[in-house]
Design a protein around this ligand. Structure first.
Ligand code: FAD
Length: 305
């Protein structure tokens, strides 16, 4: 740990992941507009005050909210000393813009970066990739590694990225990111742990040995289900669908059931040797705190002895 630049207490995420203790981290997202900044800042501070292992801050599609990503990440580290991971995307940016962002991150003392491609916009899909400065996340991983000093994470997809030809190729492209310098991977949301375990097995088979954090999304209202499926394409087990069918019309009951389902998934992951789990908090401090409370006798302990 160090408190040097801009009083940011930078801890490398990989050092947290390499500990044997059970850990839980949360993802938050920045506001889309300036007038949403204060409420998002408040929510992220409340989550940070509950002391997760680290927090990741997403990067708005196309980079429109990049300043907020870095400000929220820096604020959490400075005020709560909770390590943060700032996301960065590249596909809709010029090289010059990405280099400027990397420079800003360095100046702000941000040392952990999630290197992402970003989704293709309709305009990009119509244009010739030969003209793009970045086509795949691996190029951003390389750039961050060359720039030096960053702990780099990358994304992966237990149910295969939708742009992939097949899983075999997708796995190879994940391996390329690791070979280029990604020190850990975080998955797209999974609602069925067996999909994660099968995927992890396949990664290990091809020689990917870095920590892989399963991404868990607590679904706390019925409308979120449709959005989550649309965004992620993730498989919803029947056990989960029944919960939504039965409790979906009662917001408080649905929230309780969604938190319980996510907690159950996390406990199953821990009990099968996965020590680090990442939760998509959706900026909801009450949900984040409830999950942390449910795991209070598990977190921070090493059960592998
Ligand atoms: P890549 O690793 O580049 O992969 C994209 C596709 O290209 C895959 O199908 C892959 O198999 C294929 N591919 C890779 N290399 C090659 C190659 N050499 N030849 C052919 N095919 C190749 N989006 C945001 O906008 N902001 C965020 O903050 C954000 N955070 C995320 C966090 C996590 C944990 C996850 C899982 C996703 C996140 N996303 C975010 C979404 C992400 O940007 C999209 O899913 C995007 O479409 C792919 O990003 P990637 O980094 O996985 O891309």
């Amino acid at each position: 740990m160090c408190g040097s630049r801009n009083e940011v207490f930078a801890v490398k995420i990989i050092d947290i992941l390499n500990r044997k203790n059970m850990s839980l981290s949360f993802e938050v997202f920045p506001p889309k507009r300036e007038d949403g900044f204060d409420s998002v800042k408040q929510a992220t501070e409340e989550i940070a005050a509950a002391r997760p292992a680290f927090m990741s801050v997403t990067y708005g599609a196309g980079g429109g909210t990049s300043r907020f990503t870095m400000e929220i990440a820096q604020n959490i580290e400075q005020k709560y000393h909770v390590p943060t991971l700032a996301h960065l995307t590249c596909v809709s940016s010029s090289r010059e813009m990405v280099r400027a962002r990397i420079g800003e991150m360095k100046r702000m003392g941000i040392e952990n970066v999630m290197a992402l491609r970003g989704d293709l916009t309709p305009e990009l899909e119509k244009s010739d990739p030969a003209g793009w400065d970045y086509r795949y996340a691996v190029q951003l991983v390389e750039e961050l590694r060359e720039s030096g000093g960053f702990c780099i994470g990358a994304a992966c997809y237990p149910e295969v990225h939708p742009d992939s030809v097949n899983q075999k190729e997708d796995l190879q492209h994940i391996k390329e990111k690791v070979d280029a310098g990604a020190e850990f991977l975080t998955t797209q949301m999974v609602f069925d742990n067996n999909l994660f375990f099968n995927f992890l097995y396949k990664l290990r088979e091809i020689g990917v040995t870095v920590p892989v954090l399963p991404g868990i999304m607590p679904i706390t209202n019925a409308n979120q289900v449709k959005r989550a499926i649309k965004l992620s394409g993730s498989f919803m087990p029947q056990r989960f669908k029944s919960i939504v069918d039965y409790f979906g019309n009662d917001p408080e009951a649905m929230k309780q059931a969604g938190i319980a389902y996510a907690t159950d998934q996390i406990i199953d992951l821990y009990a099968n040797g996965i020590t680090n789990v990442h939760v998509y908090s959706m900026n909801k401090p009450d949900v984040a705190k409830a999950i942390l409370d449910n795991l209070s006798q598990i977190l921070g302990k090493d059960f592998a002895r």
